[in-house]
Design a protein around this ligand. Structure first.
Ligand code: 26Q
Length: 818
């Protein structure tokens, strides 16, 4: 017997019918009527109405992939920095405007309830946001894909600024429930830790296989969130694991009087999905972190294998039907875990298991910074995951044999290829493990990929020369243009038609309007509106008044020495000095915006936040500045704040020390929204320059090669500082306490770091940066030219869509149609 289920009842284009449906949802799902509904209830009710449509597409997408026997992509990531989902889902499914009207019928303002939705901040920065853009693009281009990660109860911390210092507070994004997720209690897998490995022998005492007997157990329970692609037809799944105790209270222990011991597993399960590690590219080698990595890798692999076996019966076809992607090395323990599941559970021999593993996995590297390359002490892995340690040794033997047989390496080369670093305390190099276990290893920009081949992975690249490839990052133009910048989207649509929404490279059609004075005026008017919106927010949140006709100069990203917020603020100090000493010059009004979080354990990054706030306090109050320079540190930078700040920016600061920013993706978001970039030849800035044209971007400073040469010897930062009066003056002002009269020594060490070593080339690039900023001033005065260049930027950014990136992954790495 088959039943015809009632489909969501009404015409999606009819606001009145939708309003009735929202009321119905409010009544029967939330149990309220309009007279007592809170704004949160309206949000929930509205989401549920659209969610019903999404579920239809979700079920049909899933069915279709199954029926076609399609190869699936599994994206393993410890971070998904999604932000809010409502606008994204409503807009992609094409219901944003009708829902706005339907809610208005009910006297509810969609923008008000949209702002109540908490950010899903399950990520630190670029890597996590990239995973979110990729999920949306995979749904858009119709790839059957699952994202796998952890459902952190506390995502990224909330940042407050107290007396100029960063204070970290827990963010509880699930407090009001989460209408987007579906708990799947039946999808739960056991994950073990500790214990020992036993051998199973068969006839004649022959070793048959190994069995790991863990001592500690937790359950991973699945929570699914639908991911809606553009136009809504394809919907994928983001599956996040939450830790649950196997047995809420181990009764036997409890009864034996060991109350604390009885709760141990319950506490561990809780801890596993409690909190996201807030360290990005900064050392944080905690045991709990390794446990999180294994917890989600193991649960995901068990889920993937179960799905594969139930559809195809055995695992030999796994590489043809599943592409498992590792977002950095965070899931690298999945390599020995798949080997273990194949050998110990499914009784596949080592050689066959290794072949399946390599053909199934691929790995993306996001950083070359030595302090961010993951490695775990051998004794720690041995204790938590003894069977995995054995398998890692077996893989290592295989790789080192191949290396020897190639005759390409001396003993030093072999040591560098080894999965085990033997210098000092022995540690497993997770990058080498991920590399060895994958058929594809990619970088995230052209320059970054070249540097991977030349530095960190030089030896592995020699051994496996076909493995490293480049996939320059991208961003989803749905969130980062259509949703966050309705003004510009509307103007572009009116000018060149709506086709760019389905093929973002069609933005090129507005290039010729850069020469059209009337269009430039309209473009400038949109930008101004966006700046007014930001100015209002700044006034609301900080009580600082900024003038929307000033140049809005924005640097928003994690606070890190290599990203050089310090270079930016030192230049601001130099400018401040010049404004005071040459008041007669016609200075340009400029507002320097900063935003970003520091890893809680990263001392210098926290000092940089305090310095920005200290400088802001002095500069913003000084009557001699006459409002020509304002400095604003926006607290708690997150996805939702980015969606307001990026469309309002005139100037995008992308000023990392060349060779250190793997790609950057903020750089792409700004240019797409009509900001001009001031930046170094680093990461994807290089490719942005190639696409927008050298005349439409402000490039300055040392190249990656020049930085490397200087570091190799002969660089004398003291001499460089002494040769630059502006820089000397600015550094000594900061160092001597001009901005910290309450604690004159506060910045002594931070600034001495520049004099003594200047690893990040703040002094080395200062003059070039200051000079580039004066070119910015000159162009800003010539406003038609500025606007023309900004329009060229928008027009030529289509290539940086994550749809393009994902199609390249699909073709070159995953071997799936897209
Ligand atoms: C590792 C071990 C223990 C705890 C934390 C971590 C950890 C967490 C996050 C290490 C690194 C990260 C994040 C790295 C990251 O965001 N990298 C950025 O990735 C972007 C997407 O490719 C690039 O655009 C940026 O250039 C890169 O910095």
């Amino acid at each position: 017997m088959t039943f015809e289920l009632p489909k969501p009842p009404v015409d999606d284009a009819d606001p009145k019918a939708l309003a009735a449906e929202i009321l119905r949802s409010l009544r029967y799902r939330i149990g309220k009527d309009a007279s007592v509904a809170t704004q949160y209830d309206w949000l929930d009710a509205a989401i549920q109405v659209v969610r019903d449509r999404i579920i239809e597409h979700w079920i049909s997408s899933t069915k279709q992939a199954y029926e076609e026997g399609a190869k699936r992509v599994y994206y393993l990531s410890l971070e998904f920095l999604i932000g809010r989902l409502m606008r994204d889902a409503f807009s992609n499914i094409g219901m944003l405007e009708t829902m706005r009207k339907a809610l208005a019928e009910l006297k509810v303002d969609i923008d008000v309830i949209a702002a109540l939705e908490p950010d899903a901040a399950l990520g630190n920065g670029g890597l996590g946001r990239l995973a979110a853009c990729f999920m949306e693009s995979m749904a858009t281009v119709g790839i059957p894909a699952h994202g796998y990660g952890i459902r952190y109860a506390n995502g990224m911390f909330r940042q407050e600024i107290s007396d100029g210092w960063q204070v970290e507070l827990p963010e509880t994004w699930l407090d009001h429930g989460n209408p987007w997720e579906f708990e799947r209690r039946e999808r739960a897998f056991g994950v073990g830790f500790g214990g020992s490995v036993e051998s199973v022998t068969g006839e004649g005492g022959r070793l048959e296989r190994h069995v790991w007997k863990p001592t500690d157990h937790v359950l991973a329970v699945a929570y699914d969130t639908p991911v809606v692609g553009w136009r809504g037809t394809h919907v994928n799944t983001l599956r996040l694991w939450s830790g649950m105790p196997v047995d809420p209270i181990l009764l036997d222990r409890f009864n034996a009087g060991d109350h604390i011991g009885a709760l141990a597993e319950s506490n561990m399960a809780d801890a596993l999905s409690r909190v996201l590690y807030p360290a990005d590219s900064h050392k944080a080698g905690q045991e709990l972190r390794l446990k999180q990595e294994y917890f989600f890798s193991s649960a995901s692999l068990q889920d993937i294998l179960q799905r594969h076996i139930s559809q195809y019966g055995d695992l030999s076809s796994l590489p043809d039907k599943a592409a498992i992607h590792m977002n950095d090395t965070h899931p690298a323990i999945a390599v020995p875990e798949l080997m273990r599941l194949l050998m110990d559970v499914h009784v596949v021999d080592f050689d066959a298991a290794w072949d399946i593993t390599k053909r199934t996995f691929a790995y993306t590297n996001h950083t070359l910074l030595p302090e961010a390359l993951e490695s775990w002490p051998v004794p720690l892995i041995d204790r938590l995951l003894p069977r995995h340690m054995q398998i890692i040794y077996a893989i290592n033997a295989e790789v080192l044999l191949e290396a020897r047989a190639s005759h390409k390496f001396d003993d030093e080369g072999i040591r560098r290829i080894s999965l085990i670093n033997e210098d000092g305390e022995r540690r497993v190099r997770m990058g080498n493990l991920a590399f060895a276990g994958s058929h594809s290893v990619n970088g995230v920009s052209g320059l970054h990929t070249d540097l991977m081949k030349a530095t960190v992975f030089a030896d592995l690249h020699r051994l496996y020369p076909d493995r490293i490839n480049n996939k320059t990052n991208g961003i989803t133009p749905r969130r980062w243009l259509i949703q966050c910048n309705p003004g510009l989207t509307g103007l572009v649509g009116k000018t060149i038609g709506e086709a760019f929404k389905d093929d973002i490279t069609r933005l090129e059609d507005i290039d010729r309007f850069a020469a059209d004075a009337a269009f430039r005026e309209k473009f400038a008017a949109v930008k101004r509106q966006n700046k007014v919106r930001l100015a209002n927010l700044v006034n609301e949140r900080l009580g600082i008044k900024v003038d929307p006709s000033a140049l809005f100069d924005v640097q928003i990203k994690r606070i890190h020495e290599y990203k050089r917020q310090l270079l930016n603020i030192v230049e601001a100090v130099a400018l401040y000095d010049q404004i005071r000493s040459r008041p007669e010059k016609d200075w340009l009004p400029r507002v320097k915006f900063f935003g970003g979080k520091a890893a809680p354990s990263y001392h210098n990054a926290k000092m940089i936040i305090k310095l920005i706030n200290d400088v802001a306090k002095v500069v913003n109050r000084d009557p001699a500045v006459r409002g020509l320079l304002k400095i604003v540190f926006m607290p708690n930078y997150n996805v939702s704040l980015a969606e307001v700040m990026i469309p309002a920016a005139d100037l995008s600061e992308q000023i990392s020390t060349a060779g250190m920013e793997a790609s950057g993706t903020g750089n792409m978001k700004f240019a797409l929204n009509g900001a001009l970039t001031i930046g170094t030849l680093d990461g994807a800035n290089v490719e942005i320059k190639d696409h927008v044209g050298a005349a439409n971007i402000f490039i300055f400073g040392l190249t990656a090669d020049e930085v490397a040469k200087r570091r190799a010897g002969g660089y004398d930062p003291r001499a460089v500082i002494e040769a630059s009066p502006e820089l000397s003056q600015a550094l000594s002002a900061i160092s001597s306490g001009v901005f910290s009269p309450d604690d004159p020594e506060r910045y002594r060490d931070l600034i001495n770091g520049i004099y003594d070593n200047d690893w990040f080339m703040v002094a080395g690039d200062f003059d070039a940066y200051a000079k580039a900023q004066r070119k910015v001033d000159a162009l800003w005065r010539a406003s038609p030219e500025w606007n023309a260049k900004a329009i060229h930027n928008v027009a030529r950014m289509g290539w940086f869509s994550s749809d393009r990136t994902i199609r390249e992954y699909a073709r070159d790495i995953w071997n799936v149609p897209a």
